[in-house]
Design a protein around this ligand. Sequence first.
Ligand code: ADP
Ligand code: MG
Length: 194
Amino acid sequence: MNNGMNENLQIRTYKKSGHIEVIAGSMFSGKTEELIRRIRRAQIAKQRVKVFKPKIDDRYSETSIVSHSEQSFPSEMVESASEIPDKCFDYEVIGIDEAQFFGKELVDICQMLADSGKRVIVAGLDQDYKAKPFEPMPQLLAIAEYITKTLAVCVVCGAPANRTQRVSAENERVLVGGKDHYEARCRLHHTIVE
Ligand code: ADP
Ligand code: MG
């Protein structure tokens, strides 16, 4: 009968389209800062935000993501990416830091969250210390709607730095650390020790 009202109802029940944003770069390039900046802006816009980080990274805090410039934002630590979806029902914007530590299952989970209408912002190291692509970042970069590549400053020459130099002797791929183990380096000053 009342077509105008039905149309309004339809407009209001339209599902919102979600998407994936990836922030990728070397260590010290400002990934966590950028994630925090976007999450804070979403909060200003009165959106409900939730941030996750992997349990392996408890370097500075267990309850927040913390940047090398000491900015922080509350986050929940999860042991695996599979814990994330159940904790997202009430939130519109999902932040995930240190994505490279979650493994490949994170890809389908981000896809599912974005499919369900959420804005998913994922930050992670795109290369390991040998400059090899660090899974699941390549897969996330492929499926994301928006990509930001962040660069640090080479500690040797001051050029934009796309790589992470391991300065300690350890040679496992995953070694959680900060300036004790790593430096930002440009292509010229990065050396790969096998
Ligand atoms: P990421 O999450 O990419 O490791 P962060 O957001 O935690 O980076 O930290 C970025 C901040 O690190 C910069 O704003 C700067 O204050 C600091 N920083 C320290 N060393 C460097 C460097 N070599 N290049 C750029 N920023 C650096
Ligand atoms: Mg970081």
